[in-house]
Design a protein around this ligand. Sequence first.
Ligand SMILES: Nc1ncnc2c1ncn2[C@@H]1O[C@H](COP(=O)(O)OP(=O)(O)OP(=O)(O)O)[C@@H](O)[C@H]1O
Ligand SMILES: [Mg+2]
Length: 286
Amino acid sequence: MFYREVLITIAAHSLAPRGVIRPVDIYLDDPDHWIIVMEKADGDVSHLLEDPDTLNKFHQAGAVAGRPIPEIIIREIYAQPIMAIYLMNKAHITHRDIKNENLLYSCSGGPCRVMIADFGFSTLTDAELMTEPFCGTPYVLPLCMLNGSYGNRNHRRTMDVYGIISSIHVAASYEGKLKASTPEKLTDSTTLVSKKEMSSKASVLEEKEKMSFLSTVVQKGKGVLRYWKGGAFVKRPISDELKAIFKAVLIQENWEPNPKTIGQLIPLLHSWAHAPLLGGPLLTSL
Ligand SMILES: Nc1ncnc2c1ncn2[C@@H]1O[C@H](COP(=O)(O)OP(=O)(O)OP(=O)(O)O)[C@@H](O)[C@H]1O
Ligand SMILES: [Mg+2]
């Protein structure tokens, strides 16, 4: 690990101790190489979505294999990382690779926690954010970044917001076996490191655009999430409050001219936190 990753992990954890993986010890291996010992989590959220028994530890809402994950459980999972991103972004730390694979969960020895990990692409200051090469993972990046307008300061600053909301969308549109039954292209989450490399992936991205959340339309009707699966659109009921968040962030026309910070989303997040989902409102931290 490079020094900067160690430094930012420690800084982020001190800002948001409950929502960031806990560094336990660090060693200097050689001048360029550090070793960090971190708390051991039970796994990452991409695997959690496939595990109904553990999902039910977040809230006894009756998650069942192969069925949509109850929204109340989704709300529980993402509350801590949302708060951590809010605190980090306020302190000008940008993670730049927020996705379910980099959110770790732990349900051992107390209430379940979800923590942000993998600060390998993160930046500590706005100056760094603008000078560091662009990076991220295509399926959790807005189209405006993928199509080359990623130099925009506002877009860069808000990529964590897009990352966490699209991760929530992955959870909301998750069905058992989704991964196994989709083409390889959809599950390719290759990290983008340069514009050149990005353009060579254009056709993959076009395909993703059709298949993944990038093409999601939140229907005009009430409380329905519409997403592409297996050659057809699938509809799933979600709360109006969650739909409003997806609309504000994932719909390009709403996002591109005015990308949102978590701070700007607080009224919507607050409404979602107190929405009367099955089992009643649980979150008071947002
Ligand atoms: N502290 C931890 N406790 C439990 N699992 C962890 C921990 N750190 C990482 N993992 C698991 O290892 C995976 C990869 O870790 P991490 O995201 O830190 O590295 P990475 O740079 O993304 O590596 P790679 O891209 O090769 O997967 C995570 O998605 C998670 O499943
Ligand atoms: Mg990772």
